[in-house]
Design a protein around this ligand. Structure first.
Ligand SMILES: *[C@@H]1O[C@H](CO)[C@@H](O)[C@H](O)[C@H]1NC(C)=O
Ligand SMILES: *[C@@H]1O[C@H](CO)[C@@H](O)[C@H](O)[C@H]1NC(C)=O
Length: 633
């Protein structure tokens, strides 16, 4: 906006020179409800004076994020898209009266106060044209004030690109507390027809879901919490957020039902060799401590001078919270922690026991971020962390929906089909059965190894994991059993046939059920309707089996007739004499081939569709935000 330097100064000196009388009249005017009773043109319109330019009408790529504190509101002026701005101006007004209320405090270097009423610091604007990002400062309510306010602002990306009237969510100020309305008022452009003044806002109270700590997660700050997926749901048992302010890092920790909540900086996803900061409630007094994880044990260390500074802390409604600064460079245990240049994994932990010299086991929550990442890098948070889970899903789907289904079908119904041709010296059905089953086996083993690499430990807690393990074990032994099979015709051959059939089918069924349960896993991030695709698959698969079974029965009857009527038909064929039909396709083979063709195509479609959904499920979101970002221009 460049409320360009000289224009601003002029504005101000004029303001100062206005005799008090006129000021009083104007104040009176505003009280009497004269439109925009502000003495200062810029204050009332928020329009920068940039001749020859007009305000943008698109959705502003900037926003004002408020976080309620004790008698004050902390504001962050940022951009979800990470865009910088050169100029800005922000005012706080009472929604009903339109009056300027409160004062701004704790301004960063690049900002200064604006006085819309003489002597009252009721606005903030920039000092210079340097690019700014995520400026942060406070707004304090006047003593005894009660009402609903809104922050109205203007952001200038450059001289001619600016957005006027970027509104914050509404804030309800009660005498002792400040609440922020959940739904941010839609950011309006200057050309909205309905003036937002006097909207019948209801007083709301902050409940857990509206915890302002979550505001800006993934846009202005990094957030990481336990259990998985809780940041999106805003219901973490323990959470850490990290906001970068220039050279300093503002950490916020919160946990429910705990005596302590701690954050660790780690080089890996496991406990051990981590620098930990704890926010601990010892006998009602909250303190900040540094400690060190060596292996699985944590021991407290004296906190180096100025390495971390507690900004604020609280316990309320069973929630413990701390806000502290950590320098970009600290030395702990002789190791340098460089937050600017070194990516770290975050560990977050909370527990119910703590004493004056250490914290107890993290029995409330514990989690480690999946990948090391620069704390200043907000964009794409967590987006790439689940590649291995996607690969696991894709391989398991390909093997159990795809290759296993086809391989099993071949072995079951196609021994008497394509008998006159061979592949590599084996019957067609056998060659293909073996081919599909080897594929299944390899993909399953790879997927199994991958998920262990990703998760790093055995989590027997989920049905998916247990069934997956059973499937993998059954699948694993199958080829070894097959290799050791007795010769056809020997006494133990039927036993092998049954065992092979049983183990294979058990593995297939367990695999499919495990896939059903995977849909419900948070980590998989699959939409629920995927279950219906799986149901469709099961129905199709079962129907095909039923059909082929019945077809097989009638084919047998037919074959028996044929054997009886032409007993010598195949006597000179390559096959043995005991089964005259063995070297000719059983009856109805054309129909069976057709069924197989259809089955193959449909199964491939199912597998491909599921794999695509599995791979793209998280990308859906990324795609959406990409669309959102571009639609702003
Ligand atoms: C914010 O400022 C714009 C532009 O001056 C104005 O149209 C809008 O009504 C203001 N909103 C509020 C709530 O004051
Ligand atoms: C994209 O915008 C829509 C509304 O326009 C919103 O509901 C959705 O959450 C946004 N998605 C992301 C990822 O920002």
């Amino acid at each position: 906006m460049q409320l360009s330097g000289h224009v601003q100064k002029k504005q101000f000196s004029t303001t100062r020179m206005i005799p008090t009388v006129i000021l009083l009249v104007l104040c009176l005017g505003s009280v009497l409800g004269l439109p925009d009773g502000a003495p200062n043109g810029i204050c009332s319109t928020l329009m920068p004076r940039h001749p020859g330019t007009v305000a943008q009408t698109s959705t502003p790529p900037y926003q004002v994020l408020p976080a309620a504190g004790q008698g004050r509101v902390r504001l962050i002026l940022g951009s979800p898209q990470g865009l910088a701005y050169e100029g800005f101006m922000i005012l706080a007004r009472d929604l009903e009266t339109g009056e300027y209320v409160g004062e701004f405090a704790n301004l960063p270097e690049s900002a200064r106060h604006m006085e819309c009423l003489d002597g009252v610091k009721n606005g903030v604007t920039h000092i210079d044209k340097r690019k700014k990002q995520n400026l942060e400062f406070d707004w304090e309510a006047p003593p005894y004030y009660e009402g609903t306010i809104i922050f109205n602002s203007t952001f200038a990306q450059d001289y001619s690109t600016y957005w006027v009237g970027v509104e914050s969510p509404r804030i309800t100020v009660l005498k002792r507390s400040i609440d922020i309305l959940t739904a941010p008022t839609p950011t309006t452009t200057p050309r909205t027809s309905t003036p937002p003044y006097y909207s019948p806002t209801v007083k709301t109270t902050v409940n857990v879901a509206e915890n302002p700590l979550y505001d800006g997660c993934g846009t202005t700050k990094n957030c990481f919490g336990a259990p998985d997926g809780c940041v999106e749901e805003k219901n973490c048992d323990a959470i850490v957020t990290v906001l970068v302010r220039g050279e300093r890092y503002l950490f916020e920790l919160q946990a429910q039902g705990s005596k302590y909540v701690a954050v660790g900086l780690s080089d890996d996803r496991k406990m051990g060799e981590d620098s930990v900061v704890e926010c601990v409630d010892t006998a009602g007094k909250i303190g900040l401590h540094m400690s060190w994880n060596s292996g699985k044990t944590n021991s407290r260390r004296s906190t180096p001078e100025d390495a971390v500074r507690l900004e604020s802390s609280f316990t309320q409604d069973g929630i413990i919270g701390c806000k502290f600064w950590r320098d970009k460079m600290t030395v702990v245990q002789g190791r340098e922690y460089d937050l600017v240049n070194t990516p770290y994994n975050l560990l977050v932990a909370a527990g119910r026991s703590a004493s004056t010299n250490g914290v107890g086991f993290h029995d409330v929550a514990y989690s480690a971020s999946p990948e090391a990442k620069l704390l200043s890098d907000v964009s794409g948070f967590g987006a790439t962390s689940d590649v291995l889970i996607r690969v696991h899903g894709a391989l398991m789907l390909a093997s159990w929906i795809g290759t296993a289904s086809i391989g099993i079908l071949l072995a079951r119904y196609y021994k008497q089909t394509w008998v006159n041709s061979q592949l590599c010296g084996k019957d067609q059905w056998f060659a293909w059965h073996r081919f599909f089953m080897i594929l299944t086996w390899s993909m399953t083993i790879i997927a199994f190894v991958i998920i262990f690499v990703e998760i790093g430990e055995w989590s027997s807690a989920t049905i998916h994991a247990s069934l997956g393990l059973v499937t993998t074990i059954l699948c694993f032994v199958q080829p070894f059993m097959a290799a050791l099979r007795p010769h056809p015709g020997t006494a133990r051959r039927p036993l092998f046939n049954w065992a092979h059939w049983f183990v294979g089918n058990a593995a297939h069924i367990c695999g499919i059920i495990a896939i059903f349960f995977a849909v419900r896993l948070n980590k998989a991030k699959l939409p629920e309707w995927v279950e219906w695709i799986l149901v469709a698959y099961v129905v199709f698969h079962v129907c095909t089996h039923l059909f082929l079974t019945f077809a097989g029965c009638s084919s047998d009857r037919q074959a028996n007739k044929r054997v009886n009527s032409f007993p010598m038909k195949d006597i000179h064929a390559r096959g043995s004499m005991s089964h005259p039909d063995v070297r000719g396709d059983a009856p109805y083979s054309g129909m069976r081939k057709l069924v197989f063709g259809v089955y193959f195509v449909v199964i491939v479609c199912f597998a491909v569709a599921l794999i695509v959904i599995n791979v793209f499920a998280p990308i859906e979101k990324t795609w959406q935000s990409l669309v959102n970002a571009t639609s702003n221009y």
